[in-house]
Design a protein around this ligand. Structure first.
Ligand code: AP5
Ligand code: MG
Length: 189
């Protein structure tokens, strides 16, 4: 099973991905985590991408797509994978379609977690003190991430709607309630 989890910053993509990948026995691929690991290890990719994450802007598509394509060569994706934070632009949707077709696979489900801007703001402010992410510590960067989501990322959903694979799931509630909603939505298809 190959799944995308979609939603604004702070929607709970990472939180739900951890439970869902364990439940389904599939790989969790977070492009944000991959970038942060590269930045922490000061790799060439990390040096090229640090400024984008710090500003809350999307990393250029070519860098993001080649990183994801490389990650999808690893053996743990064989049973399936959950993409957390990818695709985030129309070119990334098109590239993913090509990569899937090269692999002889397809995207089975897109989980669209929706929450209001105020929920996003509160959750990210709360996380700033816990995870120490640089992009949570600055209110302006949080606003930039919300705006980037609306202008560049949210339109990508329209790429998947006509395929009938999108499940809209309310992201407000306890972590367990949201998890049960996601499982329920997928079972009903
Ligand atoms: P990324 O790491 O993907 O960050 P994001 O999209 O901003 O999303 P977050 O990780 O902040 O939120 P989340 O939805 O995972 O929420 P979480 O579960 O942590 O991307 C970071 C940056 O990398 C981007 O800005 C960009 O620069 C770059 N990037 C990444 N992918 C890219 C791509 N494809 N193309 C180009 N650039 C890319 O939850 C948030 C908080 O809320 C936590 O504290 C959590 O405990 C809490 N919480 C979760 N669920 C609940 C709940 N139900 N109730 C109460 N609290 C909850
Ligand atoms: Mg995340």
């Amino acid at each position: 099973m190959n799944v995308i989890i979609f939603g604004p910053p702070g929607a709970g993509k990472g939180t739900q991905s951890r439970s869902l990948t364990e439940y389904w026995g599939i790989a969790h691929i977070s492009t944000g985590d991959l970038f942060r690991n590269n930045i922490a290890n000061e790799t060439e990719l990390g040096l090229k991408t640090k400024a984008y994450l710090e500003a809350g802007r999307l990393v250029p598509d070519d860098l993001t797509i080649s990183m994801l394509e490389e990650r999808l060569q690893e053996p743990d994706v064989v049973p399936g994978f959950l993409l957390d934070g990818f695709p985030r632009s129309e070119p990334q949707c098109v590239a993913l379609e090509r990569i899937m077709s090269d692999m002889g696979r397809k995207i089975d489900h897109v989980i669209n977690l929706y929450v209001s801007d105020d929920v996003v703001r509160n959750r990210l402010k709360g996380r700033a003190g816990i995870e120490g992410r640089a992009d949570d510590a600055d209110l302006e960067v949080i606003e930039k991430r919300i705006a980037t989501y609306k202008t560049q990322t949210r339109p990508s959903l329209e790429y998947y709607r006509p395929k009938g694979v999108v499940h809209d799931v309310d992201g407000v509630g306890t972590v367990e309630e949201v998890f049960d909603r996601i499982i329920g939505a997928l079972v009903r298809t």
